[in-house]
Design a protein around this ligand. Structure first.
Ligand SMILES: Cc1cc2nc3c(=O)[nH]c(=O)nc-3n(C[C@H](O)[C@H](O)[C@H](O)COP(=O)(O)OP(=O)(O)OC[C@H]3O[C@@H](n4cnc5c(N)ncnc54)[C@H](O)[C@@H]3O)c2cc1C
Length: 385
């Protein structure tokens, strides 16, 4: 057993941390207040090679392992969860399925430029009426003259306002549940595709999220990503990574909340003492730190496991569940340590508290994850097993 990072992992983490401290932290408040996609910082992330970090060199990526990728996501999330969410979309969900299941032409024309920040990719699964219940989505894809016609409505689509291409989940067979889902590549200028209203959100306000309308969008047959009937299975190839990455977002947010809490606990004087001198506060800090370290253990182990070639859904789900719940608890405790100032917009505590909520939904809600974990553990017992 080896709990240490390689020299390469440590030095990459230091370089991301340096970038975050110099460029992201000073801009984080403005990103949140303006609720606008942080274009310049996003471009700098591209320049730094972050979008291609976990992709192989054959597609101009950096060929890093998944653990290194998680360290990068954690560090960016420490600076701004809005930026980190946009980076995660671009470097994983928004590009990976086109990379894996698209054609060489798609990889050249869309994925390669996306890894350089010249095009933006996103994923469109969720619908107004179906989120967790993905098997029931009603967006349809019907064969038509050698291609497909897609119709439906999507909701909560990250970066839709600025995206050049979308991986869209649609039903090719309405009666087949998950097996009837397929993934399609849809491009910005295709007739019938419209970005609907932008959602005014509680947190991660700099990561724009919108409705997407597909009104008889015609796509060529090559835009079916993978064999017909395999969309859900193909999504499953990166689902463990999505969950672990979301856990890593939680680590960064939790670290930011803890750092602020420690600083404030040592600065704020009540009863002629720093509030950190009161056991009630120092024990909060101890609990926050302990919870964060436990979350790190799970996320890093799950990421390491991916690098060993094991996509363990139970461990990935545990990592996402524990780290995102920990981030919420830690951000909550942070606002308590700040007292009324935790309620004031002029301090960062409120942003951590608001942003942390985002972590609870994407990649599976905590309720769904518990169901998955229990099922993997054999509860309830499957008939015939
Ligand atoms: C900021 C943000 C960005 C997002 N970006 C994207 C994106 O880019 N692309 C995309 O496709 N989606 C995106 N999503 C959507 C996200 O993936 C969904 O919100 C998520 O899947 C949950 O779906 P829902 O909100 O419809 O909740 P529901 O599925 O309606 O769930 C509501 C509640 O019921 C619970 N619940 C539901 N079913 C069960 C069950 N079987 N057992 C127990 N409890 C249950 C849930 O846990 C939850 O508490 C984004 C969401 C947010 C907030």
């Amino acid at each position: 057993m080896n709990f240490s990072f390689t020299e390469e992992q440590q030095s990459f983490r230091r370089s991301v941390r340096g970038f975050v401290e110099k460029e992201v932290l000073p801009a984080a408040r403005e990103i949140d207040e303006q609720a606008k996609f942080p274009k310049e910082l996003f471009a700098k992330c591209a320049e730094n090679g972050y979008f291609g970090l976990r992709y192989p060199e054959t597609i101009d990526g950096m060929g890093a392992d998944f653990l290194t990728y998680c360290l990068m996501i954690e560090e960016i999330a420490r600076g701004s969860l809005s930026l980190a969410a946009a980076v995660a979309m671009q470097s994983l969900m928004g590009t990976d399925l086109v990379y894996r299941f698209g054609t060489d032409e798609h990889r050249e024309r869309l994925v390669k430029p996306a890894l350089m920040g010249k095009k933006i990719g996103t994923i469109a699964m969720t619908e107004p009426d179906f989120g967790s219940d993905l098997g029931s989505i009603t967006t349809t894809a019907k064969r038509n003259q050698g291609g497909w016609i897609i119709s439906g409505r999507k909701m909560w689509i990250t970066s839709a306002t600025i995206a050049d291409f979308f991986t869209v989940a649609a039903k090719t067979n309405l009666d087949a549940g998950f097996k009837g889902i397929d993934l399609f590549l849809v491009e910005k200028n295709m007739p019938g595709l419209k970005v609907g209203r932008q959602i005014d959100k509680l947190g991660v306000r700099g990561s724009e999220t919108s409705e997407l309308i597909l009104d008889d969008v015609k796509v060529p047959s090559d835009n079916l990503l993978g064999e017909e009937g395999t969309g859900f299975k193909n999504l499953g190839e990166i689902l463990a990574e999505i969950r672990i990455m979301t856990g890593a977002l939680g680590l960064g947010l939790a670290q930011a909340s803890l750092d602020s809490s420690i600083k404030y606990a040592n600065e704020r004087i009540q009863f002629r003492k720093p509030i950190g001198a009161f056991q009630a506060i120092s024990h909060k800090i101890a609990n926050m730190g302990t919870r964060l370290e436990a979350a790190r253990g799970l996320v890093y182990k799950a990421a390491w496991n991916i690098d060993q070639g094991n996509s363990d859904m139970q461990l990935a789900s545990m990592a996402k569940l524990f780290a995102t719940e920990a981030a919420n608890t830690i951000a909550d405790e942070c606002t308590r340590i700040f007292g009324s100032y935790g309620f004031a917009m002029e301090y960062e505590a409120q942003r951590y508290f608001r942003d942390a909520r985002f972590l609870l939904y994407g990649g599976g809600t905590s309720e769904i994850l518990r169901t998955i974990i229990a099922r993997e553990m054999g509860v309830p017992k499957q008939r015939g097993k």
